[in-house]
Design a protein around this ligand. Sequence first.
Ligand code: NAP
Length: 284
Amino acid sequence: MTDRYAVIGNPVAHSKSPLIHAAFARETGQMLSYGRLLAPLDGFADEVARFAATGGQGLNVTVPFKLEAFALAHECTERARRAGAVNTLKRVGEHWYADNTDGAGLVHDLIENLGVTLGGKHIVVLGAGGAARGILQPILDAHPAAITVSNRTMARAEALAREFSAYGPIRAVAPADLGNVASEAHHVADVVINATSYGMLDRPLGAAPCPVSIFAPTTFAYDLVYALADEPTPFLELARRGGVARSADGLGMLIEQAAESFQLWRGVRPGTAHVFPLLRKLAA
Ligand code: NAP
């Protein structure tokens, strides 16, 4: 029987993961199927249990279930434990083994694909949900000068900063005060990463997660949200208004985190270069 994998989320119809994993399977000669699972907002655990009962081998977990997936896992990697959030589940016997490949995917895309330096730089992370939790440790591992984390619900950003302060220089700043960060000579925002759902398709846009004054012409802006059409995401539009010259959306992270998940499931890391044009062509 072909091994079965899927991405589970709500919403999930927009997910490009099936296409990415099909490309990986072709490239590596692995036999597998990969689908989409729409779980009710109050029915994540039941849907996962049903998938396991019918022989499912592995899941990618997306919005809004990453924290629930962590709670459901029996065992997890250190990076998933620190994140307290999970985007990859692997069936091992009767249990789920969990990982969080988001941060590794982001850092790989920034450093290897985009040539962005994180070491010694001041990084601003917007958001304090599952995605923000997943990227903080891998960014800290790249030895930035400092991380500033900011979120609409400030208590969540403060909790994250407290949790991760054992592993490196990190502080919480309210969104309204982020403009001051840019004016602190030693705290220029070198890289600003949007890890909020601001600009996510089919959601009301709402207020921007940071003031335009956070950006400097030398800032690199990265949006975890990826563009479905050949136009900037709302966050990257904001960054451009702030004078930013270099930016990227989250397509590269999506592809690289998927490659890490594929490796966990199948024991082989697929090449990713051929997947970029495939997805960009879809978006065109
Ligand atoms: P989540 O756990 O639901 O957290 C959402 C975060 O966004 C919270 O911090 C929330 O603030 C904030 N937020 C939501 N709407 C906002 C708005 N209009 N303005 C400002 N802040 C807002 O979701 P997640 O798992 O962290 O995912 C966040 C985003 O990252 C999603 O768009 C997801 O698609 C994207 N993502 C992309 C990749 C990739 O591979 N490219 C990987 C992972 C995630 P509150 O705490 O105040 O509610």
